[in-house]
Design a protein around this ligand. Sequence first.
Ligand code: KIV
Length: 267
Amino acid sequence: MSKLNPKPFTVPDCLKAKQQGRKLVVVTAYDATSTKLIDTGAVDILLVGDSLGMVIQGHSTPLPVTLDEMIYHTKAVVRARTHALVVTDLPFMSYQISTSQALENAGRILKEAGAHAVKLEGGIRSAASIQAIVEAGIPVMGHVGMTPQSVQGYGGFKVQRNREQIVEDARAVERAGAFAIVLECIPMDLAKEISETLRIPTIGIGAGPHCDGQVLVLHDLLGMYTDFRPKFVKTYADLGQVIPQAIQRYAHDVREGQFPDEEHSFK
Ligand code: KIV
């Protein structure tokens, strides 16, 4: 079991963790009830990821998710959070148009939703926006490698192997002032090289064991997202089986007159 940390986790704690060689634990969260179950002190960062477009809304990509939807879900997570740092994704086309658009929308995520930081995708192409957001006092987590908002350009969610580009992107994110960076779906030796080069912590997903931290989508970790299971996912509970079994038992009991019984009724 992880050592529980009773103090709220902060942005400077991320850098401290890397300096002390302590791995960062990150998981996605989208609603208040699951946040209460997740935020037990074992997790450092709750990521309100635009993966919610797939695991909550049922889309095949995160592209349709809107900024207002990200704010709605972040508010629910923030309401229930007690310990972990809350980082929210800027969704597709909420920051790509201009630096001022990126700054304005990052501001909405902190001001209206109460997140502690924002995450946005892209290295060199997003560096100016990252810098402007950080200069406004808003902490930014970067995201390079396989960036899901570019899925149409990749022709699917595919491992990215353009080493020079990915290294340059990661460096640009650090130079722009980000406090951490997600490395998604890249070869593990490349993730190792970037993790050893950068001062800020790297948070891997499909990037092997050498990153400074790890993130998983909650519904993957709990075996609830059954549309597809990427190679990098490890499931720690099989709610994809447990939930349908519970529903079948409930339906059986109702149909057989076994529920509700006296114990669950008022006298
Ligand atoms: O949207 C998301 O959940 C993410 C993680 C997979 C890193 O960006």
